[in-house]
Ligand binder design. Structure first.
Ligand SMILES: [Zn+2]
Length: 226
């Protein structure tokens, strides 16, 4: 009796697993034979509502341009990067913030090593592929494009957890910033405070408003009183 119940349950699990698998439309690509950035770009071009990206490394200018173009079509874009990208000269987040794209950095002790992108809460791009020229031309990488609301929902949930979680810093462009924080002292200043002039460029974190700075764990300077 117990055995037959186990077999029945196993049967149900196998059937539902295979049904779930067949409902998902997925395409698999490899950098050894496919142009991965071109594939990503074509998916970004199809976006109508939202693009949410969690990417360890992002240096490809054509993809930054693709996002800027989507932003101009009123697609809501959020980009979460590992904090290592903040001072990388090749990182392309500066182009994004200039276009008004929301960019945040993950400052937790570990790496934000994800490489995924959810489009319109429906299509998920995942795999080993970072959005970099190296990954495109030199490395051996894979990319999977999954067309499934069910899968997208799970990635979207993880994205939202990371986006609103602790250790996340929102970035604004130096041009739009009202305040400048020092990432070592965790103190923020008005742009014209003399402390800012003395601050090393690599220590600067820009904030659009006070609330953003305080939310990121920075204290106001006692001299310029931002
Ligand atoms: Zn100050």
């Amino acid at each position: 009796m117990r055995k037959s119940l186990i077999f029945t349950l196993l049967g149900i699990i196998l059937i539902s697993a295979s049904t779930w698998g067949s409902e998902i439309e997925k395409k698999v690509y490899f950098s050894s034979k496919d142009n991965l950035s071109k594939i990503v770009l074509s998916e970004l071009a199809k976006a109508e509502k939202s693009i949410h990206i969690a990417m360890y490394c992002f240096t490809l200018k054509p993809l930054a341009k693709g996002l800027a173009e989507a932003k101009r079509r009123n697609v809501e874009i959020k980009v979460l990067l590992d904090e290592g990208q903040k001072y990388s000269k090749s990182s392309r987040w500066d182009l994004l913030v200039e276009e008004g794209v929301k960019v945040k950095f993950y400052e937790s002790p570990g790496l934000m090593h994800n490489k995924f992108c959810v489009i319109d809460e429906k299509v998920t791009l995942a795999g080993s592929y970072n959005w970099t020229g190296h990954a495109n031309k030199i490395n051996e990488e894979n990319l999977i494009v999954i067309d499934s609301e069910e899968v997208a929902k799970q990635y979207e949930k993880e994205f939202q957890n990371l986006w609103t979680g602790p250790g996340i810093i929102e970035i604004t462009s130096p041009k739009n910033a009202k305040y400048v924080g020092n990432r070592n002292s965790r103190i923020f200043h008005r742009k014209d405070c003399h402390y800012v002039k003395r601050m090393k460029e690599t220590n600067k974190v820009y904030f659009a408003d006070r609330e953003e700075a305080i939310k990121a764990g920075f204290r106001p300077c006692k001299i310029c009183k931002p």
